[in-house]
Write a protein that binds this ligand. Sequence first.
Ligand code: HEC
Ligand code: HEC
Length: 202
Amino acid sequence: MTRLTTSEFLIGILAIGYFAIVQPVPAVAQSIDETASVCAGCHGDKGVPIDKTIPNIWGQNRLYLLNQLHDFKVGHRKNEQMAPIVEPLSKTDIEALATYFSKKPWPDLQQPAASDDVKAKARAVLDSLNCRGCHQEHYQGDTARPRLAGQQDEYLTKTMTDFHAGDRKTYMGMVALMKSIDEADIKALGAYLAGFKIPGHP
Ligand code: HEC
Ligand code: HEC
């Protein structure tokens, strides 16, 4: 007969307690595919957003997606289109959506590489402010730090401008960094990062 150690026993009890708390029976059972089909209305059913100012969420880092959905839900990140979408979502829905979209392949948004002038301008900022220190070598991100490589150009520019203006305050580190650069730098960064290819990836 196998005997459980005290810690194994405790982990077992905690796991049972955790699932009992976070998995309430929904009033209307909806599959993750049904919930995600709502998202496709704007974020695209093949991962290509319907509008240039809408971000790609396919293949984005799970923890980052989770944080954003939570921040929209509590009003920490403000957006007219996302607010009514997250309003009815439970914590369990948000966790399931973050997992679902993080497992999808990042789409090729067919954005051109930036021109040499724009590259030079963007690289000067990226190196001096050490963006790769957090967003990683190929701007692929990590956990709560989002992937930037191949994200939509106009969305990147918009959201960096929001940090710059203090309209997006989800992370004060990003607000401070974006306040230290100007509009022309932000535009160059958007074009450079949108056209950046991670070796071996779309
Ligand atoms: C009516 C259009 C619309 C629908 C439907 C929609 N979104 Fe969005 N979503 C947006 C827009 C616009 C933004 C960009 C907000 C901004 O500029 O700050 C966004 C941003 C996001 C972000 C932040 C991404 C990033 O890179 O910061 C996440 C995550 C997200 N949406 C997830 C979802 C999920 C999950 C669903 C479905 C449950 C959904 N969205 C449905 C329009 C929509
Ligand atoms: C100290 C770590 C750190 C550094 C350095 C940093 N970032 Fe970030 N960045 C983050 C984090 C964390 C987030 C997610 C913020 C949130 O939760 O909303 C983020 C978010 C972003 C976003 C939003 C992406 C999206 O999908 O909405 C952009 C764009 C961005 N960073 C660009 C940059 C650029 C360009 C630089 C260099 C000038 C930079 N970052 C430097 C940590 C960092």
